[in-house]
Design a binder for this molecule. Structure first.
Ligand code: NAI
Length: 495
């Protein structure tokens, strides 16, 4: 027999070890471990407690990189102190850029939709690395803090491609892009633009876009209208929990974090400290995440056998204490797992069984380990020219007075002051006296003579920055550039 495929295994904290034990017992009974070796890695609260703020040992990091696949239970993040969420760190460090969650009504899990006969079965694909999750935050003035929201064209493209590839594989004929490009025209606008650009490579799949607030309402009113939604990171985070609510809660939502080299499969709920150690946790989310992992490995037959057994067991009415028919007594985690194992080889009757006539050996192949960080590019040939700059100042002056002083500063430079805005709303040269201000202004300086832009370069804007900094506390500087003849910056509200 060929060498077994190694999978890094982190049972997690709290209920993690209990539900992981159950998931592994089911896999063993379905023959998964004939082809796969689970290699334990040390991560989580115990590692944090030893003072390692990463929450994972060097050995764990090496093993995950060697294996390329991590199967993990929930892990606690220490509140306060330097420890960051392991879950977020792992996704970012290993470039697991697409978070894939499948939300479907399960037999025996009663919801308002199941009672009304409304079918719910859709995927949420969330960009996993960028957006406000860069964690780039600064205190700018006494009263203002900021979080930088970075969206990149290649970052958008890879998540959109992952979504369309999955849709193609699953036979899904329509993919929605959720966004707020009507407000965030550049960031969400880029996410939407790349959605259509990448989707163009998949002519058999219809593309639709929907503004995020309307999407939330539609998902609640008509969830059956959606098959797959792809979203930026923060919006995807929120919508995926909303979606979990439609199918009975986080305990029924599996999650895969897919990257080019390393992928992570995990339950989406937390460590449930209130019930940890009692042996009563519901392992369904982790079992379903394990199925996503088996499919990622190419072990479609075992995934189908376990999926059919899980549905058949749920149909029989077996349930843990957190869901199911209250008139039948709940079983504990081990009892629930035993009930699924007893159904291996059976098929569900209330839904189409998944075909087990499928490959049973791993087919996953990995690209070579990169020798250095990969630089991703999209618009390599774009050309840009400088036309001015936005300089952000810490000031409590009224707008007209601030404008007067800044105009004096730029008097003998190639730039004129064209606007002041406060919290994004223009307050000079026009604006409303009712606009309430804080101690943080944006001053926009643009070329007096735009025909100078091709030869300008960045030097004169930096010289202007120095002059402004002699008189004001400068908190931020943004060059203004045209890219391929179009402004690479937004207008202020009211401009
Ligand atoms: P939680 O998901 O652990 O618990 C919320 C509620 O749901 C609790 O009442 C819990 O008993 C119940 N619950 C959760 N999973 C269950 C299951 N499988 N079966 C039965 N009941 C279940 O969320 P909470 O309390 O906010 O977080 C606890 C810890 O978990 C925190 O340290 C948090 O950082 C961590 N966490 C880890 C995640 C991960 O590793 N992916 C995700 C979310 C939270």
């Amino acid at each position: 027999m060929a060498d077994k495929l190694r999978i890094a295994l982190a049972p997690g904290d709290g209920i993690g070890p209990e539900i992981m034990d159950g998931a592994l017992r089911i896999m063993e009974a379905a023959g998964v471990q004939q082809h796969v070796d689970f290699t334990p890695v040390e991560m989580g609260e115990r590692v944090f407690a030893k003072g390692d703020s990463r929450g994972m040992t060097d050995d764990a990091i090496r093993t995950i990189e060697d294996c390329g696949v991590l199967f993990k239970g929930p892990m606690g993040t220490p509140i306060g102190g330097g420890g960051k969420s392991i879950n977020v760190s792992l996704r970012k460090m290993y470039g697991a850029f697409a978070n894939i969650r499948h939300f479907q009504a399960l037999p025996g899990v009663e919801t308002v939709y199941s009672k009304a006969g409304v079918p719910v079965d859709f995927y949420v694909i969330r960009e996993n690395i960028e957006d406000t999750y860069g964690g780039i935050e600064h205190r700018l003035t006494n009263d203002v803090v900021e979080c930088k929201r970075l969206i990149s064209a290649p970052g958008c493209e890879q998540v959109h491609r992952a979504a369309f590839e999955l849709a193609k594989r699953l036979g899904i004929q329509q993919v929605h892009c959720g966004h707020k490009a009507n407000i965030m025209k550049m960031t969400d606008g880029l996410f939407l633009d790349r959605f259509h650009a990448i989707g163009g490579d998949y002519p058999g799949i219809e593309r639709a876009d929907v503004i995020i607030d309307a999407l939330c309402m539609n998902l609640v009113i008509r969830p059956q209208n959606y098959k797959m939604v792809v979203l930026p990171n923060l919006q995807g985070d929120i919508v995926s929990d909303l979606a979990a609510g439609l199918v009975g809660g986080l305990g029924f939502a599996p999650s895969a974090n897919i990257g080019h080299h390393i992928s992570i499969f995990e339950a989406v709920h937390g460590t449930a400290p209130d019930i940890a150690g009692k042996g009563i946790a519901n392992p369904t989310s982790l079992i379903l995440s394990g199925l996503m992992m088996l499919r990622h490995l190419g072990m479609l037959k075992q995934a189908a056998i376990i999926e059919n057994a899980l549905y058949a067991a749920l149909e029989s009415g077996v349930h843990t204490g957190d869901f199911g028919d209250a008139s039948t007594p709940p079983v504990n985690t081990a009892g629930f797992v035993d009930a699924i194992i007893a159904k291996l080889g059976s098929s569900p009757t209330t839904r189409e069984p998944t075909t087990t006539d499928a490959p049973d050996t791993p087919t996953l192949t990995r690209p070579e380990r990169p020798r250095h960080n990969t630089l991703m590019r999209t618009f390599e040939k774009a050309t840009s020219v400088h036309v001015g700059c936005d300089i952000y100042v810490d000031s409590v002056l009224p707008a007209p007075e601030l404008a007067e002083r800044l105009q004096a500063i730029c008097e003998h430079t190639p730039f004129k002051l064209t606007l002041l805005s406060n919290r994004g709303t223009q307050v000079w040269p026009t604006g409303s006296v009712y606009t309430e201000c804080v101690d943080y202004y944006r001053a926009r300086f643009e070329l007096r003579d735009m025909s100078q832009s091709p030869s300008l370069g960045q030097g004169p804007t930096v010289q202007l920055l120095n002059k402004v900094a002699e008189k004001f506390g400068v908190t931020d500087f943004q060059p203004l550039r045209y890219f391929d003849g179009k402004p690479g910056y937004s207008l202020a509200q009211g401009q």
